[in-house]
Write a protein that binds this ligand. Structure first.
Ligand SMILES: Cc1ncc(COP(=O)(O)O)c(C=O)c1O
Length: 433
């Protein structure tokens, strides 16, 4: 019997009832076959064939406390007894909103939603309403959800992407409205001069600059020193709303997100994924005068916004992440730092161009001679076939990482998991030489 036979059989049957066999296009991951998972516990996952994995995918980021963290599960369990959806304010929601205004630097007011895609949409709508402008600057390789008006140039092929200093606006889905390029201007990440020139060229037209402050969807690329400060200054100069999409970095780059880590405060921010440690919540946070648009004609709705379970999960996640003076972040820095150093060392030992970079809580592995990555083009020029082979070899050795090479850490990945992971990487790289 093969290692993945049960997963393969379940996938085949799923395709008869579930379109494409999965519930999100980003789950196809046929490396070497799409897996079916049965359960998770802490840093581990078990697939339908009984194989155990050290999990660095963590649901694509949410499980920052590992799978089924006791404190969060208990809080959610208690919430189930008081009812789920009130379509009205409840005390837990008020208390969480108050707490978030203390935790997130830009948060004078917050709103809750359930997904990053939707929260990004209301952030853009608020910015447009506030500035009475329509155009938005986004960065190549960055993802802000799959809605028509922003789903462009997330992963364009290099032969379609246009010149590196003037990237084309490349649509990412069939069926998407085609006029996106009229409102969206795509820029290379980590190049302030280009944004400066673009803002001068479109003076008085740019409603918002939206960015992942750490580019996590195209390698894990930190902003260069002064870059976020520079964007802040340009937005101040032009009256443009600076939006940090912290769907990944929120609660991960630090409890207060990348804005806390780098000391640059945006006008609006979106947190999701790790915010409820595996439950569905997103948070729109920002300046009072912009957020108050919702009382002045800007509509934001959502039946499931503020469910008691989501609120309970987010509050409990904060409790866990704040415990012992935020020890969770020290643990992620330690384990993630050991992995980055260890993987780079193993690459050298095996004579392979394995390059790991990022921060402790999230990092990437790519195969390139041209590290460190500074922008999408650097990431896209790395050797994709080698990266996918590495992902597959790691999976065969019981370590699960994302197909795009991203590793998410949790507060429960410890030295035992790091040692086992480095041993697996040693074997995987040996198999590749
Ligand atoms: C930076 C960023 N923004 C927005 C989204 C969309 O969030 P969701 O999948 O919750 O709609 C994602 C999802 O991966 C993301 O990484």
């Amino acid at each position: 019997m093969g290692r993945y036979d049960t997963s393969i059989a379940i996938q085949e049957e799923a395709r008869r009832y579930l379109a494409g066999g999965v519930s999100s296009n980003f789950r196809y991951h046929p490396i070497p076959v799409p897996l079916c998972f049965e359960r998770g516990d802490g840093p581990y996952l078990w697939d339908a064939d009984g194989n155990r994995y050290i999990d660095y995918v963590l649901g694509n980021g949410p499980a920052i406390l590992g799978h089924s963290p006791a404190g969060v599960i208990d809080a959610v369990r208690r919430s189930l007894d008081i009812g789920q959806a009130f379509t009205a304010i409840h005390r837990g929601e008020l208390e969480l909103a108050r707490r978030l205004t203390e935790i997130i630097p830009c948060a004078e007011l917050v709103r809750f939603d359930i997904s990053g895609t939707q929260a990004d949409q209301i952030a853009l709508r608020l910015a447009r309403a506030h500035t009475k402008r329509t155009k938005v600057i986004k960065f190549e390789g960055q993802y802000h959800g799959w809605a028509d008006n922003i789903f462009a140039s997330v992963g364009p092929a290099l032969n379609e992407a246009g010149p590196s200093d003037h990237p084309a606006t490349v649509l990412q889905s069939r069926g998407q409205l085609e006029n996106v390029a009229e409102t969206l201007i795509v820029q290379p990440f980590n190049n302030l001069e280009h944004v400066d020139a673009t803002m001068k060229e479109h003076a008085g037209e740019i409603a918002a600059i939206v960015l992942e402050p750490i580019a996590c969807n195209s390698g894990v690329i930190e902003p260069e020193p002064g870059y976020l400060e520079g964007l802040r200054a340009l937005c101040d100069r032009e009256g443009t709303v600076l939006v940090f999409d912290e769907v990944i970095t929120g609660f991960r780059a630090g409890l207060g997100g990348a804005q806390e880590r780098y000391g640059v405060t945006p006008d609006l921010a979106v947190f999701a994924k790790a915010a409820a440690a595996g439950f569905a919540i997103s948070i729109i946070a920002g300046r009072r005068d912009i957020m108050e648009g919702v009382t002045d004609g800007v509509v934001h709705g959502g039946t499931y916004n503020g469910l008691t379970s989501s609120i309970a999960a987010c509050s409990a996640a904060i409790d866990e992440l704040e415990r012992d003076e935020r020890a969770a972040y020290r643990r992620m820095d330690h384990a993630g730092g050991r992995l980055v150093d260890g993987l780079n060392e193993l690459g050298r030992e095996h004579g392979l161009p394995l390059h790991a970079q990022g921060i402790g809580a999230i990092f990437t592995t790519v195969f390139t001679e041209n590290g460190p990555l500074k922008n999408y083009r650097d990431y896209k020029s790395s050797d994709e076939a080698m990266r996918l082979r590495f992902v597959e070899e790691m999976q065969n050795r019981g370590v699960r990482i994302t197909a795009r090479g991203t590793w998410f850490m949790s507060a429960v990945h410890g030295d035992v998991e790091v040692d086992a992971t480095l041993e697996a990487a040693d074997g995987a790289l040996a198999a590749m030489t």
